[in-house]
Design a protein around this ligand. Structure first.
Ligand SMILES: Cc1ncc(COP(=O)(O)O)c(C=O)c1O
Length: 424
């Protein structure tokens, strides 16, 4: 397999972009070697600059529920582009997508479109602070919510710690109001509220951790989050940037029947175009400008191309039964992996939640939490990653990242993937 053109492009790119990329994980630092430069996506396939074809399980980090270049989404985008890419005004399209999205994430009443998940989270936090007139935010250690300054934090040594900045350039002042708690630890939550209850604006969490491995919280933990927020007049924010519109039509709040006060979205909702959104009840979301005093704005927010892609995408998901299709394929993958597990040369563990799955090579037992992913898993992933590329399988280039089944994948793809994993 030649990767000559990709390698040459990477060398060129390093001269003009930091690390040769425009988002760090793309640089392949976790798996080594040179990142692959792609020129085309079609259904479940990605084709690189050297003409190699791969079945894609990264799916733009979960943004592409339908696969690449869906035949109903692309013409819709093309027709809109011909009418202009952005007017900087409200349009019928933003009303339409808002109505469609809210229909799925009832009882939320309103939504504000932004341009990325990071922006959505940043806005939700500002809004929570503005509404509650409190400053502190609780986040789970190891969870990723985009590159929002105040959430780029690591835990310290105690059960509940004031966040310590995990990136230079983020000042102490920016993280001093972030409290970090360990994954799934109810006791830590209780301690946080006991110590800081009257100062906590919100808990933010991904109800399914899908960005540092794949982990479910105990339902009791999520319920306790809800209770503690209610008892302390704090807000519960679900970050559904990955899980929203994916784990089912209503996202994880529907899956667990727990109603957050706000939720953040992105990825799938943009139908493959840049997207972020905050949804909530009117009494909260009207706190945003122009009705409220929490300022938020965006030149390209709600742009008609993204709105068109989002509308077309949600429609195809419904018409083509995204949830049924991906669940069916997921069960095939479960069964096939179970078969090859017995004979696989490299041990592996595996978890799947709907269309999201996570393969951890090098260990036969799943890690217990985002901070327990052993070094051997990262080392083994680094080794086997390139073998999988050779076999035409493109996974996300890091063991901490999950994989996605799209509407474009087939049963044969699942069988082939399992066969490849068994051969590693
Ligand atoms: C749960 C979660 N929140 C927020 C974000 C940030 O979204 P974006 O990369 O669009 O800024 C991500 C990105 O992967 C995410 O997975």
């Amino acid at each position: 397999m030649s990767l000559e053109k990709s390698q040459a492009l990477f060398e060129r790119s390093k001269k003009v972009a930091p690390g040769g990329v425009h988002s760090p994980v793309r640089a392949f630092l976790s798996v080594g070697g040179s990142p692959i430069f792609f020129q085309q996506g079609k259904g479940a396939k990605l084709i690189d600059e050297d003409g190699n074809s791969y079945t894609d399980y990264c799916m733009s980090w979960g943004a592409l529920a339908l696969g690449h270049a869906h035949p109903k989404v692309i013409p819709a985008i093309q027709s809109q582009v011909a009418l202009g890419t952005h007017y900087g005004t409200p349009t019928k399209l933003d009303v339409q997508l808002a109505e469609m999205a809210l229909e799925q994430i009832k009882p939320f009443e309103k939504i504000r479109f932004v341009n990325s998940g990071t922006e959505a989270v940043m806005t939700a936090i500002r809004l929570a602070r503005g509404l509650t007139k409190k400053d502190k935010i609780i986040k789970v250690d190891g969870a990723y919510h985009g590159h929002v300054d105040s959430l780029l934090v690591n835990a310290g040594s105690g059960l509940v710690t004031q966040g310590q900045s995990s990136s230079i350039g983020v000042t102490k002042a920016l993280v001093q109001d972030t409290l970090v708690v360990p994954y799934n630890n109810t006791e830590a939550l209780e301690v946080a509220f006991k110590e800081y209850g009257d100062q906590i604006a919100a808990i933010i969490l991904e109800p399914i951790l899908a960005n540092s491995g794949l982990f479910e919280f105990d339902k009791k933990y999520l319920e306790r989050c809800r209770e503690l927020c209610d008892a302390n007049s704090s807000l519960l924010i679900f970050d559904e940037v990955i899980t929203g519109f994916r784990v089912n039509a209503g996202g994880s709040m529907r899956k667990y029947s727990i109603q957050p006060d706000m939720a953040t979205y992105g990825k799938i909702l943009g139908g493959g175009m840049p997207m972020g959104a905050i949804a909530s009840f009117s009494k909260f979301l009207d706190g945003l400008a122009p009705t409220g005093k929490v300022y938020q704005a965006g030149t390209l927010s709600g742009n008609p191309v993204t709105m068109t892609a989002g509308i077309a995408g949600l429609k195809v998901m419904k018409d083509d039964k995204f949830y049924e299709h991906t669940e069916k394929l997921g069960s095939v993958l479960d069964a096939e992996l179970e078969k090859v597990k017995k004979t696989a040369k490299t041990p592996f563990s595996y978890r799947r939640i709907g269309s999201i799955f996570w393969i951890v090579p090098g260990v036969s037992e799943l890690p217990t939490g985002p901070n327990d992913i052993p070094a051997v898993a990262a080392e083994t992933y680094r080794k086997v990653y390139h073998q999988l590329l050779e076999k035409g399988v493109y996974l996300s280039p890091s063991v901490y990242e999950v994989a996605f089944i799209s509407l474009a994948h087939t049963e044969d793809d699942m069988k082939y993937l399992a066969k490849c994993i068994g051969e590693l």
